[in-house]
Write a protein that binds this ligand. Structure first.
Ligand code: NDP
Ligand code: 8X3
Length: 250
C-alpha cells in the first residue's frame, strides 16, 4: 500500500501536535512545521526520520516557506494532505484599544502565510488529487467582544476555503474549513501573552474541546471516500453556545 504524506503546520502544540500523532499512528508520513525546533525534534525522536520530517521556520517568512517546500526530500515531496493549522489570536482588547502590531501578526500568520502555503503546495496537491484542511474558527461566524481581527482572519479562512473548492473543481482536490469553538491548547496562553492562570480560568469546568478531538475530526475528513467533500464543519463543546446581541441605550 502507498504511504500517504500530510504537511501539518503549527505542529509544535495543540491541534497540530495531536494531528501529527493521529496521522503517524494511522500509518501516514508527516511533514511537521513550526518555529520551535526542539518540539519538532521530539516528534522525530518519537516516530523516526522515515515517518516525520521536521521543518523549523517562521511561516510568515515567504522566503523560508519557499525554501522549505523546495527542499523537501524525495520521500516527502508528494503531498496528499495540507493541514493549514498554524495560527493564533493575540489580545482581547476592543478595536479602539487594540495593538496594531498584534493585528498585523494575526493577519500575517492566519491569512497571508495560509494562502502562501496553499499556493506553493497546490501543484503537488493537484498531482496527487489530495486534500486541504484549513483551521477556521467559530470566531469567523460569531462576533464577540475583542474578537475583531482574529474573527476577521477566520472569516477569511472560511470564505477562501469555499473559493478554493470552486477553483479546484474537477481536479479531485478536496477542501475543508474546520471551525472549532473553545478548545484547550496553548491558544489562550499565547493570546494572553503567557497568562497560565487566565488560560486555566477560561477552561475550568467547561469540558472544552481537546486537541485530540480536532485531530480525530481531521483524520475522519481526510479518510472519507474520495467522492465526498466536507465543505465546512463547526464544532463546539456542549458547554458553549451563542449568546445573542447587545443594545446600547442613551
Ligand atoms: P496552539 O497555540 O496550541 O498552537 C498554534 C501553533 O501555531 C503552534 O504550533 C505554533 O508553533 C504555530 N504558529 C504560530 N505562529 C507561527 C509562525 N509565525 N510560524 C510557524 N508556526 C506558527 O493553538 P491551537 O492548537 O489551538 O491553534 C491551532 C489553530 O486552530 C489556529 O489556527 C487557531 O486559530 C485555531 N483554532 C483554535 C481554537 C482554540 O480554541 N484553541 C478554536 C478554533 C480555531 P510555534 O509557536 O512553534 O511556531
Ligand atoms: C478560537 C475559538 O471562541 O476563542 O478560535 O475565538 S474562540
Amino acid at each position: 500500500m502507498t504511504i500517504k504524506t500530510a504537511w501539518i503546520t503549527g505542529a509544535t502544540s495543540g491541534f497540530g501536535a495531536a494531528t501529527v500523532e493521529r496521522f503517524v499512528e494511522g500509518g501516514w508520513r508527516v511533514i511537521a512545521s513550526g518555529r520551535r525546533a526542539e518540539r519538532l525534534q521530539q516528534l522525530v525522536d518519537a516516530h523516526g526520520r522515515e515517518r516525520v520530517h521536521a521543518l523549523a521556520f517562521d511561516i510568515r517568512d515567504e522566503a523560508a516557506t519557499r525554501a522549505a517546500v523546495a527542499g523537501l526530500p524525495a520521500e516527502f515531496a508528494g503531498i496528499d494532505l495540507l493541514v493549514n493549522n498554524a495560527g493564533l489570536a493575540l489580545g482581547t482588547a476592543p478595536a479602539q484599544q487594540a495593538s496594531l502590531a498584534q493585528w498585523k501578526q494575526m493577519i500575517d500568520t492566519n491569512v497571508t502565510a495560509l494562502v502562501t502555503m496553499t499556493r506553493l503546495l497546490l501543484p503537488a496537491l493537484i498531482e496527487r488529487r489530495g486534500a486541504i484542511v484549513n483551521l477556521g474558527s467559530i470566531a469567523g461566524s460569531y462576533p464577540y467582544l475583542g474578537g475583531n481581527v482574529y474573527g476577521g482572519t477566520k472569516a477569511f479562512v472560511a470564505q477562501f476555503s469555499l473559493g478554493l473548492r470552486t477553483d479546484l473543481h474537477g481536479t479531485g482536490v478536496r477542501v475543508t474549513s474546520v471551525e472549532p469553538g473553545m478548545a484547550e491548547t496553548e491558544f489562550t496562553l499565547v493570546r494572553t501573552g503567557g497568562d497560565q492562570a487566565a488560560s486555566d480560568r477560561l477552561y475550568a469546568g467547561a469540558h472544552p474541546i481537546t486537541a485530540a478531538d480536532i485531530a480525530g475530526t481531521i483524520w475522519w475528513i481526510a479518510n472519507l471516500p474520495p467522492h465526498l467533500n466536507v465543505n465546512r464543519i463547526e464544532i463546539m463543546p456542549v458547554s458553549q453556545s451563542a449568546a445573542g446581541l447587545q443594545v446600547y441605550r442613551e
